[in-house]
Design a protein around this ligand. Structure first.
Ligand code: SF4
Ligand code: SF4
Length: 714
């Protein structure tokens, strides 16, 4: 593209008062070779926009706007797919964090102009990759409450759903529930089970194709073109779909190994699922002799919140026990329920239901439920425990004990469910306790396999209304991905990005770093070991670009030379001027927002820094550090997201990868006699903005102690 640049400086928001704008225009036109440089007091206003649009109408196709952060007004400064827009952050990262009318602040602004103009030299408009034969159908695996809801939501939004259920009937675990806990005002009354009606609605919906007694044998391809092989009772079937929702739910925890509860030993000690079956018969009787029950003990947290078994709260069992205690009263008003609990987790509107159960005379006994012992003597069950509120031992004779046994995700077993044809393995990566990683910190339902979403109790322990909500969210995500793929656009976190990585394969050495480091399994290998990109799986993080030692992976609008040129465009003063320079590579997901927030709060920090936003620290290519150090930059600071078990990195492991790469740089710097402390990595979350001045100023102070980069001037 032959770029015709229009350069605009906004003098609003204090920029005009803090900087010598005429001098900046000289840098843009003389050094940056911008054909013109115009200023306006309010570029984001109607008049300012018309000012820019007039130039576009006269042939400008590349607009540089020096004003606020690119995180602000991005929709206002969108002039359509044919116009490149480059933003320079004079507001949050120059005048709001450095002193006004100061020589160093002016130099900072001038450098940002040089960096932007250097970037534009190689930046091109992205050309989206739109695959042929895109399918907008959605595969839902699992026909329980979550799967039924997801399929219905997809179909009602006008898309076709394909539902695969392992069992011969739809409905799953909750189909057998006698009733549901209240979900509507006044939140005190039992409601009919909604699952049978959902099964009927799915069966009747012409937009939903149902396979029962069927499993997924294989899923190949990527979003928009997943080819699914389904094994059915009679043979196999093929479906092309655009997205996948995993909704296989959880299984009840087997309480047999917890011998103190007597499950499997005493027939009148049962699970919550067995209690549903009893209630559905219309009369709650003892399994041992069929006699009606009068006194029933419900024991909470059986297996749950126990580091030996299920270290997590199973989230649904407290409300389920309240519901079953209500069954007891409904079917026999003379009966008495006792609920033994550690903490009763009836959150939100369920508080009303909990109060109603108290009003009905339910006795709640607080204590350590894992220490409870169930004994039987003379045919009578006795619950032995402790009431920590009354500080007394409990020896309670009852007719029936119901164990609130927790839930175990179906992904925790050995069995494969999705059978994804991915280099990284056939299933979703597991985060903790057998639950697939659904990147819970930033985006529920999202997984590390683009276009594959987990919903319901397979994703996290949850009760009925939460599973319904989850199914709806996952259905929307599935629709979002099929629509994005059909436009060639990325989904979260770079939603709408039309760029994708291009490989200059002639120089590939088949080192496999890109295939191994891509966090999303977007690069398979062909039979000769060459990387085989699946562009629709790509999240555009640039990790492959940072990993490639040959530097042959690039995006039209993000590449190794582009960032390298920005670093090299920084003007480095002579040693005797005592103006050190610090280059900050800041991840656009958390570090850039944190820097902007620091600016918004008018927090001041060293104006030795020059900031280059990067898509992810995982995209860091070591040559950038070499470029910066050889240019005479005194120190390089990498600011990225936190990593670890509860990672916050939007691209899963960017900071971790940058840290690993950096360890290699440190050795090289030491060998060259350059202190390795000149290159540091810091992890920040968006909420750490108040730490930004400290992080930068401490680094600046250390560089001051180390003295100038000895490569300065060479
Ligand atoms: S940009 Fe990120 S998601 Fe895409 S192929 Fe490269 S490493 Fe994978
Ligand atoms: S990292 Fe680069 S050289 Fe290595 S396999 Fe990938 S494309 Fe080829």
């Amino acid at each position: 593209m032959d770029k015709k640049i229009g350069f605009f400086i906004c003098t609003g928001c204090g920029i005009g008062e803090a900087l010598d704008v005429a001098a900046l225009c000289k840098v843009a036109t003389k050094e940056g070779k911008a054909p013109s440089c115009k200023q306006h007091p309010f570029l984001c206003g109607q008049e300012g926009l018309e000012f820019i649009k007039k130039d576009i109408a006269e042939g400008v196709n590349t607009v540089v706007i020096a004003g606020c952060s690119s995180r602000m007004n991005y929709d206002v400064f969108d002039f359509g797919p044919e116009v490149i827009v480059e933003r320079i952050n004079f507001r949050e990262q120059v005048v709001w964090c450095h002193p006004a009318n100061d020589e160093d602040t002016q130099m900072t602004a001038e450098d940002y102009i040089r960096m932007a103009m250097a970037k534009l030299k190689t930046l091109e408009l992205p050309e989206p990759f739109v695959p042929e034969d895109v399918s907008k159908d959605v595969l839902v695996v699992g026909g329980g409450l979550t799967g039924l809801t997801a399929a219905l939501e997809v179909a009602e939004a006008g898309y076709r759903a394909v539902l695969v259920e392992k069992e011969s009937n739809l409905g799953g675990y909750t189909a057998a529930f006698y009733k549901q806990a209240p979900s509507r005002p006044p939140y005190t009354d039992l409601e009919p089970n909604e699952v049978p009606a959902k099964v009927q609605a799915v069966t009747d919906n012409p937009n939903i194709k149902v396979y029962t007694s069927a499993v997924v044998e294989k899923i190949e391809g990527g979003p928009g073109k997943f080819d699914v092989t389904i094994k059915t009772a009679g043979g196999s079937a093929g479906e092309r779909v655009g997205a996948v929702i995993l909704a296989t739910g959880a299984k009840p925890f087997d309480p047999t190994p917890l011998e103190n509860f007597g499950y499997g030993k005493y027939p009148d000690v049962i699970t919550q699922a067995q209690m549903e079956e009893l209630a559905a018969k219309g009369k709650i009787t003892r399994p041992s002799d069929g006699k009606p029950v009068q006194r029933v003990a419900f024991i909470q947290c059986v297996g749950s919140r126990d580091k030996e078994h299920l270290p997590y709260c199973s989230a649904a069992c407290c409300v389920e026990s309240l519901k079953q205690a209500a069954y007891l009263k409904e079917l026999n008003p003379e009966a008495q329920a006792y609920v033994f609990y550690k903490d009763l987790r009836a959150t939100g509107k369920y508080e009303h239901f909990y109060k109603r159960l108290q009003d009905l005379g339910t006795v709640f006994v607080k204590g350590e439920t894992s220490a409870i012992k169930i004994e039987q003597s003379g045919g009578q069950l006795v619950v032995q425990g402790e009431d920590v509120i009354l500080r007394e031992k409990v020896n309670l004779p009852v007719d029936l004990v119901v164990l609130a046994n927790g839930m175990v995700p179906t992904t925790a077993g050995e069995e494969n469910i999705l059978n994804l044809a991915y280099r990284q393995g056939p299933e979703l990566p597991i985060l903790k306790y057998g639950f697939p990683d659904s990147h819970f910190i930033c985006f529920p339902y999202e997984t590390r396999r683009t276009g594959v979403y987990a919903a319901g109790s397979v994703r996290a322990p949850m009760h009925v209304p939460a599973a319904v909500e989850d199914a709806t969210g996952a259905a929307l995500k599935a629709i979002q991905v099929v629509e994005s793929v059909s436009r060639g656009a990325a989904v979260h976190p770079r939603s709408g990005d039309l760029s994708f990585p291009e490989f200059f394969m002639q120089r590939c050495t088949q080192c496999k770093r890109c295939t191994e480091e891509c966090p999303f399994g977007a690069i398979n290998e062909d039979e000769k070991g060459n990387p085989l990109p699946e562009p629709t799986r790509c999240r555009r993080c640039g990790t492959c670009m940072g990993a490639c030692p040959e530097r042959i992976i690039s995006f039209k609008n993000y590449s190794v030379p582009m960032i390298g040129n920005m670093a090299k465009a920084i003007e480095v003063p002579e040693e005797d001027e005592e103006k050190p320079r610090i280059l900050v590579f800041a991840c656009e997901n958390d570090a850039i927002p944190a820097l902007d927030m620091a600016g918004l709060q008018r927090m001041q920090y060293s104006n030795w820094v020059r900031i280059i936003p990067v898509r992810c620290l995982g995209s860091l290519n070591l040559v950038w550090i070499a470029d910066a150090m050889s240019k005479g930059i005194d120190g390089v600071l990498l600011l990225g997201c936190k990593h670890g078990d509860d990672y916050q990195c939007h691209f899963v492991k960017g900071s971790e990868l940058a840290g690993i790469r950096l360890s290699k740089v440190s050795e090289t710097l030491d060998r060259l006699g350059l202190e390795s402390e000149r290159v540091q990595i810091q992890e920040v979350s968006i909420m750490d903005y108040d730490q930004i001045p400290g992080i930068i100023d401490r680094f600046a102070a250390r560089l001051d102690e180390l003295g100038p980069n000895p490569m300065k001037g060479f």
